[in-house]
Design a protein around this ligand. Structure first.
Ligand code: SF4
Length: 497
């Protein structure tokens, strides 16, 4: 009989949902393809891991591939018996079949015992503390049961206040957090959880799991397309947050039609969404729309940025995970009825895009007239950051921010709502609900893909042809965003009459 095995990633994925773990092993046909954003996150983890190694300087890397567990364990034991005191990617397996590789295994010179250090690309432990602690607790369980005398456990995270200046300084980029104390309450549970996960994998039948809040938390589960098949496109899952949804779904099911009125969510916007859906009719507050239109001043500038970010800062003067604008699209309507003009910028060079972007933006946008964006926080924050970095452009960028009008607001406040929006005011939902335009079928159809593609370009991972296709896709996508705003404003004008 084959020995049961359990990797760290299976143990972790089982924490979110045991059905996801069962499907991984028993329904390989349903395995979701990793998205470009997921691949980018994985590469980011690898890159941060590399800086984690540089933080400790000299050490020996166990370079046996992940799937060659036996070889990796043998190499680790060899390094230990050779007296190595810092081992990267050390591997071990507990007698019950649980196995893992720890980013850094370091021998404490005073006690001769081992410390374990796991590197994470997030900036704060608290974001995913539950998973981070369970993650390193599993590693502790594996290594201590494999015979290693473990002294302390650490999580290494990215320091959000680090600012790049020349070569990356691993000691500035990374922070080491002592977490041994946090594991005391978790460690006694690990053996039981591991044993449970192994039975799930080996079971012929899927575990009984209900859909619910866990399907989106802490990560969006890749099996949603399968598990949510019976759920209508617009359902209670669009109405309630993670604290309430499990109770609502269990009591009333997924359909909004069967949700009693006394269980409806309280917010006015949500109620408008439900009534509009049940009556299959638009909701329009003409007075509010006219008020919005009155706040506009010509010329109108429709502005959208695309940005790229990375845990390891890409350019001097930037911090981990900082959004760096590399592209904008600007549609200009100088007077009602005049022809629409279009200005665009895409930084087609592997260097800091910000100076050229700002220069072209302030030259194109003038000093008067409304600057229309969709969800103002994003663009305004980018402008503030750019103003801080380029004092000579500060006044003009601040002036742009003072003129910003947020087109998202009338949609978000439900002053205008179409049942086809399915409860969302995002431009990806409002545009096809009110016009014949859509993002479907575009080479790049969301900001995550734009960002992941540009990051690949900056990392020199694209061929010449791939670069050409990326730039074309980016230009079409960003232009579509501002054109979408032009069209949605036109819709507001028509509906306000
Ligand atoms: S979609 Fe939800 S229920 Fe289905 S496997 Fe994922 S987490 Fe589990």
């Amino acid at each position: 009989m084959l020995m049961k095995k359990l990797s760290k990633s299976d143990y972790i994925s089982g924490l979110q949902c045991s059905l996801a773990l069962w499907l991984k092993y028993n329904r390989k046909d349903l395995t979701p393809e990793p998205t470009e954003s997921m691949k980018a996150r994985f590469e980011e983890g690898e890159e941060v891991g590399e800086y984690g190694r540089r933080y400790f300087g000299k050490g020996i890397l166990i370079d046996a591939p992940y799937h060659e567990l036996g070889k990796a364990i043998k190499e680790t034991l060899g390094a230990v018996s050779n007296g190595e005191s810092i081992i990267f990617e050390a591997a071990a397996q507990a007698p019950d079949g649980s196995y893992s590789r720890i980013d850094i295994l370091r021998k404490d010179p005073d006690s001769g015992r081992w410390d374990m250090i796991e590197v994470k690309s997030g900036t704060e432990i608290k974001d995913y503390y539950y998973y981070y602690y369970y993650d390193i607790a599993f590693q502790y369980y594996v290594f201590s049961n494999a015979g290693y005398d473990i002294k302390d456990c650490y999580l290494m995270t990215v320091n959000s206040s680090y600012v790049r200046n020349g070569e990356i300084d691993p000691h500035g980029l990374l922070t080491i957090n002592h977490v041994t104390d946090k594991l005391y309450s978790i460690l006694p549970k690990v053996k039981g959880i591991a044993s449970d996960r192994m039975s799930v994998i080996g079971s012929k039948n899927p575990p009984n799991e209900s859909i619910g809040a866990k399907c989106n938390s802490p990560h969006e589960c890749g099996y949603k397309a399968e598990c949510f098949k019976p759920v209508p496109e617009y359902s209670v899952f669009d109405l309630f947050d993670k604290n309430k949804i499990d109770e609502i779904y269990e009591k009333y099911g997924a359909k909004i039609e069967t949700l009693p009125k006394n269980a409806w969510p309280k917010g006015k916007g949500k109620v408008i969404g439900i009534e509009s859906y049940l009556g299959n009719k638009e909701h329009i507050n003409k007075e509010a729309l006219r008020g919005f239109l009155d706040s506009l001043e010509y010329p109108l500038y429709f502005l959208d940025y695309e940005t790229v970010k990375s845990a390891v800062p890409l350019f001097d003067g930037t911090s981990p995970h900082q959004q760096i604008p590399f592209q904008f699209s600007l549609h200009i309507l100088r007077e009602p009825g005049l022809e629409l003009e279009h200005v665009e910028f895409l930084h087609e060079s592997i260097s800091d895009p910000r100076y050229e972007l700002v220069d072209k933006l302030v030259e194109s946008i003038g000093s008067k007239g409304s600057v229309i964006v969709y969800n103002e926080t994003f663009e305004k924050t980018r402008n503030k950051e750019l103003a801080e970095y380029f004092p000579s452009y500060k006044a003009r960028l601040n002036n742009i921010n003072e003129r910003v009008v947020d087109l998202y607001k009338p949609f978000n406040k439900r002053d205008i709502y179409n049942p086809k929006q399915n409860g969302s005011a995002s431009i990806k939902h409002t545009l096809p609900a009110f016009t014949c335009m859509t993002y479907e079928g575009m080479d790049i159809s969301n900001g995550g893909e734009a960002s992941a593609g540009y990051l690949k370009y900056l990392r020199r991972e694209l061929s010449g042809e791939e670069e050409r296709r990326l730039f074309e896709g980016l230009k079409k996508y960003c232009e579509q965003d501002t054109l979408a705003m032009v069209e949605l404003l036109r819709v507001i004008e028509i509906k306000s009459r």
